[in-house]
Every structure is written in C-alpha cells, then in structure tokens.
Design a protein around this ligand. Sequence first.
Ligand SMILES: *Cc1c(COP(=O)(O)O)cnc(C)c1O
Length: 462
Amino acid sequence: MTPDDFRSAGHELIEWIADYMERVEDLPVLSTVAPGEIRGQLPVDPPEAPEPFAAILADLESIILPGLTHWQSPNFFAYVPANASPPSILGELASAGLGVQGMLWATSPACTELETHMLDWMLAATGLPLRFRSDGSGGGVIQDSASSSTLCALLAARDRSRGVDLHGLRAYTSEHGHSSLAKAMAIAGLAPHQLRTIATDAEHALRTGALIEAIATDRADGCTPFFVMATVGTTSSTAIDPVAEIGAALGADIWLHVDAAYAGVAAVCPELRFVNAGLDRADSYVCNPHKWLLTNFDCSLLYVADAAPLVESLGILPEYLRNPATDTGAVIDYRDWQIPLGRRFRALKLWFVIRSYGLEGLRAHIRRHVALAHELAGWVAEHPDFELAAPTPLSLVCFRHRGGDAVNQAIMDTCNRSGALYLTHTRLDDHLVLRMAVGAVGTERRHVEAAWRAITVAASTE
Ligand SMILES: *Cc1c(COP(=O)(O)O)cnc(C)c1O
C-alpha cells in the first residue's frame, strides 16, 4: 500500500466508521450469532495473493459487524462503559500512524514528555493530591489496564518488603474488590490464602473495623500485612470504600492502593470530588479514562506517591538499552514503570480528548450520565414492583424486581435478546441484581427512558 493508496483507503475507512457512529443506535446491541458462526465464514487458509482494501472493508461490514456487541451503542448499559469518542479514535490513529515505541525517553522524547504532562493535566483536572505530581518523588504512567496498574503497585509493595518471608505477606481488599487483585497475587507468586477478603457494610463498602481486626489477627500470627486495596466504585455496585478511614488505620509499612478504575474520572466535576476523599494517604491510585472519559481502550492512569519502589521493582537496564539520557538520570524511562518493555503512544489520544472537549466538555459528559442515572433510580424507586439494591453515587443503577432471582433473570434475558438494550447483573446480599451503567458517549434521556420501558414491559409479562 503506497501512501496514496493509504490515503484513499483511509478516507473510505473513516467514512465507514462515521457511518457506524450514525447507525449503531439501530443495531441489536448484543450479537445474536451462534458459536463458530463468524469463523465459519472465514477462509480456512490465509490468502496467497494480495487482496484489495475494498474486499477487506466489505467483509468487515458483512462478516465482522454482525458478530459484534455494540459497546458504542447508546443502548449499551452492561458492565461498565468503554467510551470511544471521535477525538480519541483520531488520536489512536495518529499513534498508529507514527508507530512509535516509547519504552525509553530516548526512543521518542515527545512520547514520554507528553505522557508525563497528560498525567499532570489529569491530576489537575481531577483534583488529585500533589504527591502524585511528576515534579516530586511521585508521578504517573499510562498503563494498558487497571489490572496491570494494580499488578505494578502490588509488585512495588512486595519488593519494598524486602527481607520478609514472602509466604508471610498478607494483602487485603473487600469482598467486592476487583478480581484483578487475585490475579495480580498469583502473578506475584503469592498464594490465594495470602489475600484476605474483608466483609462489607450495608452499602457494600469495606468495613474498616473488620480490616483492622484482620490485620491485627495476621500480625499476631506472625504474618506481615503489606498491601491494602481500597475501591472507589466497585464493579458490582460502585460502592465506595472509606479510603480516609482506611488510610488512617494503616501504618506506613502497609501500601495503600486505591482502585478507582471506573469511578475516578468523575472527579473532573468538582461536585463529585468525594471520590477523591482520603487519597492523600494513598501510595498508589488507578483510574481508567478508557472507561468513562471519552478515551478508547487502552488508557489506564497509575499514580504513585513515590516512584522509587516501583522503579526498583520493575527497572532493568541491559547493555543494549544504555543511552546518555538514561545515564544522566534527568529523564523518565517508562519501561521501568510497567511490565512490558515496548509501549504505545497512548498519551496522544488523551491529549486529543482533553483538548477537543476541554474540561467543560468532560464535565458535561460525566454530569449528563450521573443525572440520567439518578433519574432512572427515581423511576425504579417509584415503581411498585422494583426496588433499588444499592446507592447510586454516580452513574450505575443497581435494582431488582421484587419477584425474586428467576424473575430478574427472565427480565434481563428478554431485554438482552430483544437487541434493544444490553444490561448485565451482579449478586448483592445473595440476590440477583440488575445493573444499568449509564455511560456510553451517545446515551441520551430517550435511550434510558426506552430501556426502562422495555424492562417494565418485560416484567409485566413475567
Ligand atoms: C474495570 C475495573 C477494573 C479492571 O479494569 P481493566 O482496565 O479492564 O483491567 C478494575 N477495578 C475496577 C473497580 C473496575 O471497574
């Protein structure tokens, strides 16, 4: 493909994506294909001869599109949002177009410096504590996912506890803490029983008293508590752990990691800064613009109050990567802040997003969803057959039909099969609970209204 061919194929693809944005609302949200149906349409062997771009694009439309769940549909209310806004798509395209590897400052100074700058911009935009800013001992880095961010924090905390018997280490999170911590423990060579899950209160947030007790019991047993992960906005129900209270209860020898993967970006709105309460004690903090802040996957921000333990844990300098800039110590080499060596130029899309929307636009995006979720929560509360199953601090509404688990399951199945909307479930207090996460880029009031109508209609036929 010559640059000229690229130009015409690129225009075609951009047209196709723009059309997709316009019609995604009318597509069934959840794909209805059977297992194997997509592969069955693909040639068994790769083509020997080059194919024209038009043929690839035609198959994208006819084979791939029907096999998609449309995360960008305004009727997508499942899991958590995965925003892909036009400016972020263009930023991603620019990143691919430049094809830069940003493992070292020297391998593309702008890649590192724009990233550091975006982390400081996001810190200012969300009112994070200054200890996470890059001009002190701490700073931030863009990772591929919150899972990786949490793993990096866990490794830094583990290695900071040098000299301690690894088998004696104990980590803690609430029973609604994200499963990525359990996975990180396994990768870090720690056994499942070394992660303690702490009971939650009536609002599904970690009970600090139970945490303090567990830590004391483990200490009395000769173990070494080293890591606590508090969650701001659990995946189940956006429960918010009492981070300030937890931080105050921990000695400096225990690393406090705060997982705000979904909810953290809400802090662009001053009135939602309650999500930052207690962060001034946190050793590390993660939030994902790639969920609810108009930035397409992947873009997870990891902040540390002190970068030294992270770099000590993950830094390595083989001869073939030696360079004068690294030797001076005057630059950041982000490969020392993450698991892989290679790294994508992810800061570019965040830069495109922040500049295209401005902080005003980012706030409007979050506020619209929070307002819609609160409206939806009001409709649930008023309905005689439904009840709210958890508070709605942000944009996730957890509710259930009073008729029991089977009825809720049937309502969800009917709605999802219809293609008109997509919602998922969780379990709270041993009840099946329906979740509607309002957060797609195009979701407006009419979509939430139609979804609620579909749910109540499905309920009335149960
Ligand atoms: C989504 C989510 C995660 C996992 O995020 P990835 O970026 O997909 O790894 C972790 N914790 C919470 C609270 C989340 O909402």
